[in-house]
Unconditional design. Structure first.
Length: 456
């Protein structure tokens, strides 16, 4: 077993060893190294140094303390802590065999002795790695942090491990206390699940198995929401959402900013079905208008992923994720595709969500995706939209008065320009002038999707 620390961490390790401290690499690094997967985080536990001496040693590396009373520092991208006895009391001389008992799962209770260059396993973590199993280390200390309930589901999806039955029971017993966990800590776990998860159906189902889903009623509401078997042979909305998450995970690019939008769109795309699913006159389950029912998605985002930019991006994907299929079904022309393009900040992301949605229903290569991409590429609006040729001031100079009619005229001008047929102000102004009579027929909305899609 060979651990290679980040370059910035090497001098920190050297300085710690010079003090005579025993440096243990703990947490996910030994686990992931044994599994042969990339290590995301480095955590060190320092034995033999008190808080003051450790702080002095870390000072030259710009370390800052986090975690309040738990004596944790961050330096060179690593979290560095002191061992804690039961009850959370700091004890620099606590044997690792005792300190390991406070870890969450056995596979996270492995340690690598940096000086001796050997693995320490006092709780059977290696055996659980081979069995691909998550097992709680100690029932009496597991409840010290209720976030571990969510982490069990996240790790199941990240590692592809099963959760041992007794450990799942302990999680369900602890789950009500997830209400005590600050939203910021939950957000970080959601980010890790969505960005690192490689077995996302397992992660999704593990949220239910552990009881973690009870912390998120808007997601729990998807359980047992029926869908039409002909459109969704996979099952109810809960099952479909897990499969869409897995499909979206295959479309991640490695750009975290983009990927979190994609994955949140996949997670939340069908939340509206919980409130809109009804039987139609023929007795079939339909969820007409579920894309517009965005209150629960807005609530989830405001709680765990606040920010206007992110919210706008995700909500636009939810609102329009079915549109490419409606346009393809209706044989829509370039103008309609242009209208849709103007409603979403990122056309490639919209098609990724639409593709993941189809794959979640068992359709691997829906032709609607290729058609939309081709049309938008031909109109040169695939990756970006052109700057408007006409502005409100231009139309006011022609006699338009500020108000709804001006807004409709500007929207029509943007639509005409987006089709790619007009490249200068004069030709666009002439085309707009010819079509001014239709403004009175426009209701000011963007292209309206039909109330129901074939797959609703």
């Amino acid at each position: 077993m060979l651990l290679t620390p980040p370059a910035a961490l090497t001098p920190v390790l050297t300085a710690l060893q010079r003090t005579g401290a025993r440096v243990l690499v703990v947490g996910g690094t030994p686990r992931d190294t044994l599994l042969g997967v990339a290590t995301h985080d480095w955590d060190l536990e320092i034995h033999g140094l008190g808080e003051t001496r450790l702080a002095e040693c870390l000072m030259p590396f710009g370390a800052h303390r986090v975690g309040g009373r738990h004596a944790v520092w961050v330096a060179a991208g690593a979290e560095i802590s002191l061992p804690q006895a039961p009850g959370g009391q700091i004890n620099p001389h606590l044997p690792w065999a005792i300190a390991a008992q406070r870890r969450d799962f056995s596979v996270n209770a492995l340690a690598w002795d940096w000086q001796a260059q050997r693995l320490l396993d006092h709780v059977g973590g290696v055996a659980d790695l081979h069995a691909r199993r998550l097992r709680v280390v100690a029932a009496d200390t597991f409840g010290e942090d209720p976030l571990r309930v969510f982490r069990a589901a996240r790790l199941a999806g990240q590692l592809g491990f099963s959760i041992e039955a007794r450990s799942a029971t302990l999680c369900r017993q602890l789950a009500p206390r997830l209400q005590e966990v600050p939203r910021e800590r939950l957000r970080k776990e959601w980010e890790a699940l969505l960005l690192r998860g490689r077995h996302l159906v397992r992660a999704w189902d593990s949220l239910a198995l552990t009881g973690a889903i009870t912390r998120f009623p808007e997601l729990r509401a998807l359980q047992a929401v029926p869908q039409r078997p002909d459109a969704h042979p996979e099952g109810d909305v809960w099952i479909h959402t897990g499969r869409v998450l897995a499909a979206a995970g295959q479309l991640r690019s490695g750009d975290k900013t983009r990927d979190i939008i994609l994955m949140l769109g996949a997670l939340l795309h069908d939340l509206g079905k919980a409130s809109t699913t009804r039987r139609d006159p023929q007795g079939r389950w339909r969820a007409c208008g579920h894309e517009q029912a965005q209150v629960t998605a807005e609530t989830f985002l405001s709680h765990y992923f606040p920010g206007n930019h992110l919210s706008h991006q995700v909500l636009s994907l939810i609102r329009w994720h079915g549109a490419p299929y409606a346009l393809h079904r209706d044989g829509a022309g370039r103008a309609t595709y242009a209208r849709l393009a103007l409603q979403v900040p990122d056309r490639p992301l919209l098609l990724d969500i639409a593709l993941a949605d189809a794959r979640g229903a068992g359709i691997e290569h829906p032709p609607a995706i290729d058609v939309a991409r081709k049309v938008w590429q031909e109109m040169n609006i695939w990756t970006s939209l052109p700057d408007p040729l006409l502005k409100g001031s231009d139309l006011i100079a022609l006699g338009f008065m500020p108000g709804p009619r001006l807004g409709k005229a500007l929207a029509l001008a943007r639509e005409l320009q987006a089709t790619g047929a007009y490249h200068d102000r004069e030709s666009l102004m002439a085309a707009l002038h010819r079509r001014l009579p239709e403004l009175s027929l426009r209701d000011g909305r963007a292209y309206s999707l039909p109330s129901c899609f074939p797959t609703d």
